[in-house]
Design a protein around this ligand. Sequence first.
Ligand code: HEM
Length: 319
Amino acid sequence: MIGSKINAPRASMASRAAAPLRAAARPVRRLAVAPMAKASAATLAECQAECAALVKKASCAPILVRLAWHDSGNYDATTKTGGANGSIRFDPEMKHGGNAGLPLAVKLLEPIKKKFPDVGYADLFQMASATAIEVSGGPKIDMKYGRVDAADESAVPPEGRLPSAGAPFQEAQGPEPAKEAKDQSPQGHLRRVFGRMGLSDQDIVALSGAHTLGRAFKNRSGAAPLESTKFTKDGPGTKGGQSWTEEWLKFDNRYFTMLLEAEAGTCDPELLQLATDNALLTDPAFRPLVEKYAKDNAAFCADYAAAHKRLSELGSTFE
Ligand code: HEM
Protein backbone atom coordinates (compact mmCIF):
# COMPACT_ATOMS: atom_id res chain seq x y z
CA MET A 1 0.00 0.00 0.00
CA ILE A 2 3.00 2.30 0.33
CA GLY A 3 2.78 2.70 -3.40
CA SER A 4 -0.72 4.14 -3.40
CA LYS A 5 -1.26 7.58 -4.88
CA ILE A 6 -2.47 10.22 -2.49
CA ASN A 7 -3.91 12.54 -5.06
CA ALA A 8 -5.16 10.25 -7.75
CA PRO A 9 -8.83 10.75 -8.55
CA ARG A 10 -9.70 7.33 -7.11
CA ALA A 11 -13.39 6.64 -7.11
CA SER A 12 -13.32 4.92 -3.71
CA MET A 13 -11.42 7.75 -2.08
CA ALA A 14 -13.68 10.39 -3.63
CA SER A 15 -16.83 8.69 -2.40
CA ARG A 16 -15.37 8.22 1.09
CA ALA A 17 -14.53 11.89 1.24
CA ALA A 18 -17.81 13.11 -0.18
CA ALA A 19 -20.17 12.86 2.80
CA PRO A 20 -18.15 14.66 5.51
CA LEU A 21 -16.96 17.13 2.91
CA ARG A 22 -20.37 18.40 2.00
CA ALA A 23 -21.27 18.79 5.64
CA ALA A 24 -18.12 20.80 6.30
CA ALA A 25 -18.01 22.83 3.11
CA ARG A 26 -21.55 24.23 2.95
CA PRO A 27 -21.42 26.67 5.87
CA VAL A 28 -17.87 27.58 4.90
CA ARG A 29 -18.97 28.73 1.46
CA ARG A 30 -21.83 30.85 2.82
CA LEU A 31 -19.40 32.76 5.00
CA ALA A 32 -17.11 33.36 2.04
CA VAL A 33 -19.35 36.06 0.61
CA ALA A 34 -19.40 38.09 3.85
CA PRO A 35 -17.67 41.45 3.41
CA MET A 36 -14.16 41.35 4.79
CA ALA A 37 -12.40 44.05 6.74
CA LYS A 38 -8.68 43.87 7.39
CA ALA A 39 -8.06 42.17 10.71
CA SER A 40 -6.22 44.31 13.26
CA ALA A 41 -3.06 43.09 15.01
CA ALA A 42 -5.11 42.61 18.20
CA THR A 43 -7.69 40.48 16.36
CA LEU A 44 -4.94 38.36 14.79
CA ALA A 45 -3.37 37.81 18.21
CA GLU A 46 -6.71 36.78 19.74
CA CYS A 47 -7.42 34.49 16.82
CA GLN A 48 -4.01 32.89 17.18
CA ALA A 49 -4.63 32.27 20.88
CA GLU A 50 -7.86 30.45 19.93
CA CYS A 51 -5.94 28.34 17.41
CA ALA A 52 -3.41 27.41 20.11
CA ALA A 53 -6.22 26.44 22.49
CA LEU A 54 -7.86 24.30 19.79
CA VAL A 55 -4.59 22.49 19.03
CA LYS A 56 -4.13 21.66 22.72
CA LYS A 57 -7.76 20.66 23.32
CA ALA A 58 -8.30 18.55 20.20
CA SER A 59 -4.73 17.23 19.67
CA CYS A 60 -5.21 18.26 16.06
CA ALA A 61 -1.85 19.84 15.16
CA PRO A 62 -1.05 17.36 12.34
CA ILE A 63 -4.27 17.75 10.37
CA LEU A 64 -4.11 21.56 10.64
CA VAL A 65 -0.56 21.52 9.25
CA ARG A 66 -1.68 19.27 6.41
CA LEU A 67 -4.68 21.52 5.61
CA ALA A 68 -2.49 24.62 5.19
CA TRP A 69 0.13 22.72 3.19
CA HIS A 70 -2.50 21.36 0.80
CA ASP A 71 -3.99 24.84 0.33
CA SER A 72 -0.61 26.34 -0.61
CA GLY A 73 1.10 23.27 -2.11
CA ASN A 74 -0.78 23.38 -5.42
CA TYR A 75 0.93 26.61 -6.44
CA ASP A 76 2.31 26.81 -9.97
CA ALA A 77 4.94 29.52 -10.31
CA THR A 78 4.71 29.49 -14.13
CA THR A 79 1.00 30.22 -14.40
CA LYS A 80 0.80 31.89 -10.97
CA THR A 81 -2.24 29.76 -10.10
CA GLY A 82 -3.10 27.87 -6.93
CA GLY A 83 -1.35 28.63 -3.66
CA ALA A 84 -2.26 29.87 -0.20
CA ASN A 85 -5.55 31.55 -1.07
CA GLY A 86 -8.08 29.51 0.91
CA SER A 87 -9.46 27.78 -2.21
CA ILE A 88 -9.23 24.37 -0.49
CA ARG A 89 -12.50 25.29 1.26
CA PHE A 90 -14.38 24.93 -2.01
CA ASP A 91 -15.95 21.55 -2.75
CA PRO A 92 -14.20 20.85 -6.09
CA GLU A 93 -10.74 21.25 -4.52
CA MET A 94 -11.61 19.49 -1.27
CA LYS A 95 -12.73 16.53 -3.39
CA HIS A 96 -9.26 16.09 -4.92
CA GLY A 97 -8.10 12.61 -3.83
CA GLY A 98 -5.06 14.05 -2.02
CA ASN A 99 -7.31 16.04 0.30
CA ALA A 100 -9.15 13.04 1.76
CA GLY A 101 -9.74 13.61 5.46
CA LEU A 102 -9.23 17.37 5.35
CA PRO A 103 -12.92 18.38 5.66
CA LEU A 104 -12.43 17.53 9.33
CA ALA A 105 -9.73 20.21 9.63
CA VAL A 106 -12.00 22.88 8.07
CA LYS A 107 -14.75 21.82 10.44
CA LEU A 108 -12.46 22.18 13.45
CA LEU A 109 -11.67 25.76 12.39
CA GLU A 110 -15.25 26.83 11.63
CA PRO A 111 -16.04 28.15 15.16
CA ILE A 112 -12.87 30.27 15.08
CA LYS A 113 -13.75 31.62 11.63
CA LYS A 114 -17.21 32.58 12.92
CA LYS A 115 -15.71 34.33 15.94
CA PHE A 116 -13.18 36.26 13.83
CA PRO A 117 -14.94 37.04 10.54
CA ASP A 118 -12.30 39.64 9.61
CA VAL A 119 -9.63 36.96 9.46
CA GLY A 120 -9.74 35.42 6.00
CA TYR A 121 -9.74 31.69 5.30
CA ALA A 122 -6.29 31.68 3.73
CA ASP A 123 -4.85 33.49 6.74
CA LEU A 124 -6.72 31.29 9.22
CA PHE A 125 -5.52 28.06 7.59
CA GLN A 126 -1.91 29.27 7.59
CA MET A 127 -2.16 30.72 11.09
CA ALA A 128 -3.57 27.47 12.50
CA SER A 129 -0.72 25.52 10.92
CA ALA A 130 2.11 27.78 12.10
CA THR A 131 0.56 27.86 15.57
CA ALA A 132 0.25 24.06 15.57
CA ILE A 133 3.97 23.72 14.78
CA GLU A 134 4.89 26.05 17.64
CA VAL A 135 2.50 24.51 20.17
CA SER A 136 3.97 21.08 19.31
CA GLY A 137 7.45 22.24 20.30
CA GLY A 138 8.63 23.43 16.87
CA PRO A 139 9.98 26.81 15.82
CA LYS A 140 8.11 30.10 15.87
CA ILE A 141 7.46 30.89 12.23
CA ASP A 142 7.69 34.50 11.07
CA MET A 143 4.23 34.75 9.51
CA LYS A 144 2.70 37.47 7.37
CA TYR A 145 -1.09 38.00 7.33
CA GLY A 146 -3.56 39.84 5.11
CA ARG A 147 -3.99 37.26 2.34
CA VAL A 148 -6.87 37.93 -0.02
CA ASP A 149 -9.18 34.91 -0.13
CA ALA A 150 -10.04 33.25 -3.43
CA ALA A 151 -13.57 34.45 -4.10
CA ASP A 152 -15.00 31.38 -5.80
CA GLU A 153 -14.38 27.97 -7.30
CA SER A 154 -12.76 29.40 -10.42
CA ALA A 155 -9.56 29.61 -8.34
CA VAL A 156 -9.44 25.82 -7.90
CA PRO A 157 -6.48 24.43 -9.89
CA PRO A 158 -6.54 21.12 -11.76
CA GLU A 159 -6.12 17.97 -9.68
CA GLY A 160 -2.70 16.31 -9.66
CA ARG A 161 -0.39 19.03 -8.38
CA LEU A 162 0.01 17.65 -4.84
CA PRO A 163 2.62 14.91 -4.36
CA SER A 164 1.87 11.21 -4.45
CA ALA A 165 3.25 8.99 -1.71
CA GLY A 166 4.27 6.22 -4.10
CA ALA A 167 4.20 5.02 -7.72
CA PRO A 168 2.66 5.60 -10.18
CA PHE A 169 3.92 9.17 -9.97
CA GLN A 170 2.21 11.85 -12.01
CA GLU A 171 3.67 14.86 -13.86
CA ALA A 172 2.32 17.24 -11.19
CA GLN A 173 2.86 20.21 -13.50
CA GLY A 174 1.69 21.66 -16.81
CA PRO A 175 -1.87 21.62 -18.16
CA GLU A 176 -2.39 17.93 -17.30
CA PRO A 177 -0.72 17.49 -13.90
CA ALA A 178 -2.45 14.14 -13.22
CA LYS A 179 -0.84 12.53 -16.30
CA GLU A 180 1.56 9.70 -15.44
CA ALA A 181 5.16 10.84 -15.73
CA LYS A 182 7.92 9.16 -17.74
CA ASP A 183 10.33 9.61 -14.82
CA GLN A 184 8.93 7.36 -12.11
CA SER A 185 11.63 8.04 -9.51
CA PRO A 186 10.24 9.45 -6.23
CA GLN A 187 12.98 12.10 -6.14
CA GLY A 188 12.10 13.18 -9.70
CA HIS A 189 8.48 13.46 -8.57
CA LEU A 190 9.42 15.53 -5.50
CA ARG A 191 11.47 17.91 -7.66
CA ARG A 192 8.64 18.28 -10.19
CA VAL A 193 6.13 19.09 -7.40
CA PHE A 194 8.28 21.45 -5.30
CA GLY A 195 10.19 22.87 -8.29
CA ARG A 196 6.85 23.86 -9.83
CA MET A 197 6.23 25.90 -6.67
CA GLY A 198 9.68 27.50 -6.95
CA LEU A 199 11.03 25.62 -3.90
CA SER A 200 14.52 24.10 -3.56
CA ASP A 201 16.03 20.74 -2.62
CA GLN A 202 16.64 22.09 0.87
CA ASP A 203 12.99 23.12 1.13
CA ILE A 204 11.94 19.60 0.08
CA VAL A 205 13.98 17.92 2.82
CA ALA A 206 13.17 20.45 5.54
CA LEU A 207 9.43 20.45 4.78
CA SER A 208 9.32 16.65 4.64
CA GLY A 209 10.33 16.87 8.30
CA ALA A 210 6.72 17.92 9.02
CA HIS A 211 6.03 14.17 8.96
CA THR A 212 7.51 14.12 12.43
CA LEU A 213 3.87 15.02 13.21
CA GLY A 214 0.83 12.95 12.47
CA ARG A 215 -0.23 9.78 10.79
CA ALA A 216 -1.36 8.25 7.52
CA PHE A 217 -4.73 6.56 7.51
CA LYS A 218 -5.87 3.62 5.41
CA ASN A 219 -9.30 5.19 5.01
CA ARG A 220 -7.93 8.61 3.95
CA SER A 221 -4.81 8.45 1.75
CA GLY A 222 -4.60 4.66 1.88
CA ALA A 223 -0.83 5.19 2.10
CA ALA A 224 -0.37 3.41 5.42
CA PRO A 225 0.14 -0.37 5.36
CA LEU A 226 -1.10 -0.61 8.98
CA GLU A 227 -4.57 0.40 10.13
CA SER A 228 -3.33 1.09 13.66
CA THR A 229 -0.13 0.70 15.68
CA LYS A 230 0.92 0.62 19.32
CA PHE A 231 1.72 4.33 18.96
CA THR A 232 -1.69 5.34 17.58
CA LYS A 233 -4.33 2.86 18.76
CA ASP A 234 -5.49 5.06 21.65
CA GLY A 235 -5.25 8.44 19.90
CA PRO A 236 -5.27 11.11 21.31
CA GLY A 237 -7.93 12.49 19.04
CA THR A 238 -8.85 10.14 16.20
CA LYS A 239 -7.63 6.63 16.98
CA GLY A 240 -5.45 4.57 14.67
CA GLY A 241 -3.40 5.31 11.60
CA GLN A 242 0.34 4.80 11.18
CA SER A 243 2.78 7.46 12.33
CA TRP A 244 6.31 8.25 11.19
CA THR A 245 7.45 8.80 14.79
CA GLU A 246 6.61 7.43 18.21
CA GLU A 247 5.54 10.82 19.63
CA TRP A 248 3.58 12.11 16.65
CA LEU A 249 2.30 15.23 18.41
CA LYS A 250 5.85 16.45 19.13
CA PHE A 251 7.70 18.55 16.55
CA ASP A 252 11.43 17.87 16.40
CA ASN A 253 13.99 16.11 14.19
CA ARG A 254 12.84 12.58 15.07
CA TYR A 255 11.62 12.05 11.46
CA PHE A 256 15.24 12.25 10.25
CA THR A 257 16.76 10.03 12.96
CA MET A 258 13.93 7.57 12.30
CA LEU A 259 14.74 7.45 8.54
CA LEU A 260 18.39 6.63 9.28
CA GLU A 261 17.37 3.99 11.84
CA ALA A 262 14.90 2.47 9.38
CA GLU A 263 17.70 2.19 6.81
CA ALA A 264 19.93 0.49 9.40
CA GLY A 265 17.09 -1.85 10.40
CA THR A 266 17.03 -0.58 13.99
CA CYS A 267 13.76 1.34 13.85
CA ASP A 268 10.44 0.06 15.18
CA PRO A 269 8.75 -1.72 12.22
CA GLU A 270 5.41 -0.12 13.09
CA LEU A 271 6.72 3.32 12.07
CA LEU A 272 5.92 4.53 8.57
CA GLN A 273 8.19 5.40 5.65
CA LEU A 274 6.64 6.36 2.30
CA ALA A 275 8.55 5.96 -0.98
CA THR A 276 8.98 9.73 -1.03
CA ASP A 277 10.41 9.67 2.52
CA ASN A 278 12.94 6.99 1.55
CA ALA A 279 13.96 9.00 -1.52
CA LEU A 280 15.52 11.50 0.87
CA LEU A 281 18.07 8.81 1.80
CA THR A 282 18.92 7.65 -1.70
CA ASP A 283 19.23 10.97 -3.52
CA PRO A 284 22.80 12.37 -3.29
CA ALA A 285 21.62 15.97 -2.88
CA PHE A 286 18.93 15.17 -0.28
CA ARG A 287 20.91 12.74 1.90
CA PRO A 288 23.46 15.17 3.42
CA LEU A 289 20.55 17.31 4.61
CA VAL A 290 18.87 14.30 6.25
CA GLU A 291 22.13 13.56 8.06
CA LYS A 292 22.57 17.20 9.07
CA TYR A 293 19.02 17.51 10.44
CA ALA A 294 19.30 14.15 12.25
CA LYS A 295 22.33 15.47 14.12
CA ASP A 296 21.14 19.01 14.72
CA ASN A 297 17.56 19.80 15.77
CA ALA A 298 18.26 23.55 15.87
CA ALA A 299 19.50 23.54 12.26
CA PHE A 300 16.41 21.58 11.22
CA CYS A 301 14.03 23.95 13.04
CA ALA A 302 15.71 27.03 11.50
CA ASP A 303 15.55 25.65 7.94
CA TYR A 304 12.03 24.32 8.53
CA ALA A 305 10.77 27.71 9.73
CA ALA A 306 12.20 29.49 6.68
CA ALA A 307 10.79 26.90 4.25
CA HIS A 308 7.39 26.88 5.98
CA LYS A 309 7.18 30.67 5.68
CA ARG A 310 7.93 30.46 1.94
CA LEU A 311 5.32 27.71 1.53
CA SER A 312 2.73 29.70 3.46
CA GLU A 313 3.03 32.71 1.12
CA LEU A 314 3.04 30.93 -2.26
CA GLY A 315 0.56 32.55 -4.62
CA SER A 316 -0.86 34.77 -1.88
CA THR A 317 -1.94 38.31 -2.65
CA PHE A 318 -1.67 40.48 0.46
CA GLU A 319 -4.00 43.41 1.17
C1 HEM B 1 7.04 15.44 0.17
C2 HEM B 1 5.92 14.98 -0.32
C3 HEM B 1 4.79 14.56 0.57
C4 HEM B 1 4.04 13.45 0.45
C5 HEM B 1 4.15 12.41 -0.64
C6 HEM B 1 3.12 13.42 1.55
C7 HEM B 1 2.21 12.44 1.78
C8 HEM B 1 1.41 12.34 2.90
C9 HEM B 1 0.46 11.29 3.15
C10 HEM B 1 0.15 10.13 2.22
C11 HEM B 1 -0.11 11.53 4.35
C12 HEM B 1 -1.19 10.72 5.05
C13 HEM B 1 -2.54 11.41 4.93
C14 HEM B 1 -3.66 10.62 5.56
O1 HEM B 1 -3.77 9.42 5.31
O2 HEM B 1 -4.46 11.23 6.30
C15 HEM B 1 0.49 12.72 4.88
C16 HEM B 1 0.21 13.24 6.10
C17 HEM B 1 0.76 14.39 6.58
N1 HEM B 1 1.56 15.28 5.88
FE1 HEM B 1 2.49 14.88 4.12
N2 HEM B 1 3.31 14.53 2.31
C18 HEM B 1 4.32 15.27 1.74
C19 HEM B 1 4.78 16.49 2.18
C20 HEM B 1 4.32 17.16 3.28
C21 HEM B 1 4.65 18.51 3.64
C22 HEM B 1 5.52 19.44 2.79
C23 HEM B 1 4.02 18.79 4.81
C24 HEM B 1 4.00 20.05 5.62
C25 HEM B 1 4.86 21.04 5.52
C26 HEM B 1 3.30 17.60 5.19
C27 HEM B 1 2.57 17.45 6.35
C28 HEM B 1 1.85 16.32 6.69
C29 HEM B 1 1.25 16.11 8.00
C30 HEM B 1 1.39 17.01 9.21
C31 HEM B 1 0.56 14.89 7.92
C32 HEM B 1 -0.23 14.20 9.03
C33 HEM B 1 -1.71 14.51 8.91
C34 HEM B 1 -2.56 13.86 9.98
O3 HEM B 1 -2.04 13.20 10.89
O4 HEM B 1 -3.78 14.04 9.92
N3 HEM B 1 3.47 16.65 4.23
N4 HEM B 1 1.40 13.20 3.96
